[in-house]
Design a protein around this ligand. Structure first.
Ligand code: ZN
Length: 173
């Protein structure tokens, strides 16, 4: 397993629509292992493949609060039956470092996907799980949580991130 570099906004790759996986093979499993390792290292609870630069419809998540790891893998996920009730969480994103904002999303949903072994599964998600899976699925469409904010707020965040990126190390010799 290898820890990969997580892409951060602004980055054109993060805006790319990811492509379906034909079959879950060892190559995909290796990618999921790397994604999970990268996510744990960054102390995140979800990661989409595009966040490490791979445009495949693959997501890993672990929303367990205790020390015991409970990784979840979603390949080609499709969301069904979104609730018309919304819930609000303060969201952050490994690709939008140190920025947080409240986002409303359907409070429950059903997800159809292939698991780590390529078996078809259906999951009924509520609470944090529902929000997290919808946030990650947005990544597959090239959408970031800051896209839900007002233009001004989004602009301020992107500006801040661009500045951070352009910062050059200062040395005194
Ligand atoms: Zn994210």
């Amino acid at each position: 397993m290898t820890v990969k570099t997580i892409l951060t906004e602004p980055n054109k790759l993060l805006r790319q629509v990811s492509l379906p996986v034909e079959k879950v093979r060892n190559e995909e499993r290796r990618l999921m292992d790397d994604m999970l390792e990268t996510m744990y290292e960054a102390k995140g609870i979800g990661l989409a493949a595009i966040q490490i630069g791979v445009p495949k419809r693959i997501i890993v998540m672990d929303i367990s609060k205790d020390d015991e790891k409970k990784p979840m893998y979603f390949v080609n996920p499709i969301i069904k039956n979104k609730n018309s009730d919304y819930s609000t969480y303060e969201e952050g994103c490994l690709s939008v470092p140190n920025q947080f904002a409240e986002v409303n999303r359907p409070s429950t949903c059903e997800v159809e996907y292939l698991d780590y072994n390529g078996s078809k599964k259906v999951l009924k998600a509520t609470g944090l799980l529902a929000t997290c899976i919808q946030h990650e699925m947005d990544h597959l469409e090239g959408i970031l949580f800051i896209d839900y904010l007002s233009k001004l707020k989004k602009m301020m965040i992107v500006k801040k991130l661009s500045k951070q990126k352009n910062k050059v190390d200062r040395i005194v010799v």
